[in-house]
Design a protein around this ligand. Structure first.
Ligand SMILES: Nc1ncnc2c1ncn2[C@@H]1O[C@H](COP(=O)(O)OP(=O)(O)OP(=O)(O)O)[C@@H](O)[C@H]1O
Ligand SMILES: [Mg+2]
Length: 242
């Protein structure tokens, strides 16, 4: 047993009807790590995150700090400090930026008020564009700003493990780089991050470890330092399924 894991799955599977979209999968995220999940469309990456978050029925083992969370309801995970920034970002368009950020903190007790204020200031320091737009309706933000807000709201939960599903989706390269720069800063400050990303170079530049998925399973666990060229990455994506 690996006792140093913050999150660990063992034979985690999930199905949609009769289709097993996630075949038995073992992943591990250590405290303070930045772990990347790569893989083509339909590989099961989002399904893995949904299974970890208990958003879909799954079987197999799932541990957070060696405590089994495989049967916990989704809301219990938030209380443990596991937060997901979903692929659709999940922000509330008809509410202001400020209100969306406040929503992130709603599960925290009133006694956490000073800490919540500190987290709020930290989010605005990380994403100054949000500071300029606190009274703006979230739905009228640009795609990049919406992603910043989605991450900001997740940070207002004060997570211990942040999961993100394709944070660069639909963003221009410069904005995608800005988002990953922010994720790198958060990780340097000690936040553990598990990110699903198709723009592999962005994620690999920060990752301690990587999993490559295809057809519902992990097909490779390369050392990010070894993936130095697009060719090396293509080889992994197309490589033999073990
Ligand atoms: N709600 C659903 N109902 C039925 N099948 C689904 C559902 N969601 C996903 N699938 C199927 O499960 C498989 C894995 O999908 P998943 O969304 O996990 O892939 P992904 O790796 O996240 O892909 P992408 O990079 O396109 O987001 C796909 O074949 C997909 O069609
Ligand atoms: Mg997906």
């Amino acid at each position: 047993m690996n006792t140093s894991a913050l999150l660990r799955s063992n034979g985690l599977t999930a199905s949609y009807g009769h289709v097993e979209a996630l075949k038995p999968t073992d992943v591990m995220v250590g405290p303070g790590e930045f772990v990347a999940i790569l893989g083509p469309n339909g590989a099961g990456k989002s399904t893995l995150l949904r299974a970890i978050m208990r958003l879909i029925a799954s079987s197999g083992e799932l541990y957070f700090e060696e405590r089994s969370i495989a049967r916990e309801p989704a809301h219990a995970l938030a209380a443990l400090g596991i937060t997901l920034v979903p692929e659709n970002r999940g922000i509330f368009g008809p509410m202001t930026v400020r209100e969306n950020l406040d929503l992130g903190a709603y599960i925290r007790p009133p006694s956490a008020r000073p800490e919540i204020e500190g987290d709020f200031e930290a989010v605005l320091a990380l994403f100054p564009r949000l500071k300029e737009r606190l009274a703006q309706m979230a739905g009228s933000l640009s795609g990049g700003e919406q992603q910043m807000l989605a991450i900001g709201r997740a940070l207002m939960v004060h997570p211990r493990l942040l999961l993100l599903d394709e944070p660069s989706l639909g963003l221009a390269p410069r904005l995608a780089a800005e988002i990953f720069n922010a994720l790198g800063q958060l990780n340097k400050r000690g936040l553990t991050i598990l990110v699903v990303e198709q723009k592999a170079p962005l994620a690999l530049a920060l990752a301690n470890r990587a999993y490559v998925m295809r057809t519902g399973k992990v097909i490779a666990t390369p050392d990010p330092k070894d993936i130095t060229s697009p060719d090396a990455l293509a080889h992994l994506y197309l490589g033999e399924i073990h």
